[in-house]
Design a protein. Structure first.
Length: 198
């Protein structure tokens, strides 16, 4: 029996998959057949995606909202598309590009050509956009560093207890083991604290 599946990918925890999920539920895709993955699209080494491949059988339908939700790597997208449609014989449905739907009737050579060229163009755009995002991030980080902004998690100032224990250890009043036990820290974390306080 043919099954309908949907693959939802967002790049980070900060992005919301609700819109994609809502679209697929409206199409009658069972909730347990909607695979949600929070992962980069730079390659296809994704656990949930690869688990989905194991579930797919010939004749099943796989829905994606757009090509860039499948991935961001040009060659990877083309290879996966061919794997899904030719090897797995899965029917692909792309919500924002119905011309790519593999159950669409492409009886003439020109229709097949248009479908192929659309896939190549969208795969190119997906990787190009990803590269542009990376370049903008890199430029932003460089500018932030030049302006003296601290990147990453803000540092939490050491507590009075931590300062006292480090002072006692440095003055030989506590052994390393005693100092670590007092602060509940492993050796590497303790030495990191010492470096931060110097």
């Amino acid at each position: 029996m043919q099954q309908k599946y949907a693959y939802v990918r967002v790049s980070s925890d900060g992005q919301n998959e609700a819109r994609q999920v809502k679209e697929f539920l409206k199409l009658g895709i069972p909730k347990n057949n909607i695979v949600i993955e929070k992962a980069s699209g730079k390659d296809f080494n994704r656990q949930k995606y690869n688990n989905l491949l194991k579930r797919l059988k010939q004749g099943d339908f796989l829905y994606i909202s757009s090509i860039d939700r499948l991935g961001r790597d040009y060659n990877g997208i083309i290879n996966q598309w061919n794997k899904l449609t030719k090897e797995f014989k899965v029917t692909m449905k792309v919500l924002n590009s119905p011309i790519l739907d593999t159950d669409a009737k492409t009886s003439t050579l020109i229709e097949k050509y248009l479908q192929d060229i659309t896939l190549l163009t969208l795969a190119f755009q997906a990787e190009q956009e990803w590269q542009n995002i990376k370049e903008r991030q890199k430029a932003g980080i460089t500018i932030a560093k030049e302006n003296g902004k601290h990147l990453g998690r803000p540092k939490i100032p050491a507590s009075a207890k931590e300062v006292n224990v480090v002072n006692e250890w440095e003055n030989g009043l506590l052994s390393l083991t005693e100092a670590m036990q007092k602060l509940g820290r492993k050796k590497s974390a303790f030495y990191r604290l010492v470096r931060e306080l110097r």
